[in-house]
Design a protein around this ligand. Sequence first.
Ligand code: ADP
Length: 294
Amino acid sequence: MRLILLGPPGAGKGTQAQRLVQKYGIIQLSTGEMLRAAVAAETPVGLQAKDLMANGSLVPDKIVIGIISDRLDQPDMKNGFILDGFPRTVPQAAALDELLKKKHIKLDAVVELRVNESALLDRVEARVAEMRARGEEVRIDDTPEVLAKRLANYRTLTEPLIHYYSERRKLLTVDGMMTIEHVTREINRILSAIGAVEPKGGAKAAAPARKAMKAARKTARPAGKKAAKTARKAPKTAGKAGKAASRGVKKASKKAGRKVASAVRGGKAGKAKKTGKKAVGKASKKVTKKRAKR
Ligand code: ADP
């Protein structure tokens, strides 16, 4: 399984990545962790990254792309990976596409953890307090001032990736405001729905179809930066829009669902899974288009 976790600082990417690592035996690649290690070891990369990281700026694309490219070549990557904190800019995403193409690696999905911005500062403060309590060294960039800069960077540089991956039909959005347990369950649910993992307890032929349709509904989300901003600022409006979107997806996924069901009836579980996958993409694309029209 090959995934990207997308979300602002404090969204819970690290926590969820750890859980996915344990469940699926895949490797977590966190550019933040890798860079912190480079800073601690005072490598040339670390020396370049140190001040930028301390003040909440991004490290140049070229550096992080280089780190990731080297890492993807290592043999422990063959079971799969979760990218956490990369890509963080559109040029990084484009470079990753190129890298994966060259290395013949297919990305399964991009999981976006959607959270209310107002919760993020509290979360980061709680993380700092926990680290202190455990006697661990606190991250130098976990202060309210630097966090504000990291968030601003996320909004301008990283949030466009939501649109980028939504256009490429890779985006799956999960509500990151739920409990850690619920978020984990939801991520696992959508991953089996798209066929990235085997559903628990053996794959019953009808399960992928049902789940794919559910996932298609869940994938309904505002596309692009503007919509994301609206969702952040006006949860009520977003709620309304979400309902309208899910109506759209329902229609689209109903149609797709019939196709899946017929594949299942024909005993073609593999095809059903594929069709289900297609259904997710089709349904969410349709909604994206509809929204764009509005
Ligand atoms: P966060 O909790 O803000 O997501 P990370 O641990 O992922 O933090 O990253 C910490 C810092 O490392 C970032 O603020 C940035 O300076 C640098 N960094 C990590 N990943 C990247 C990347 N893909 N591109 C550029 N800079 C990065």
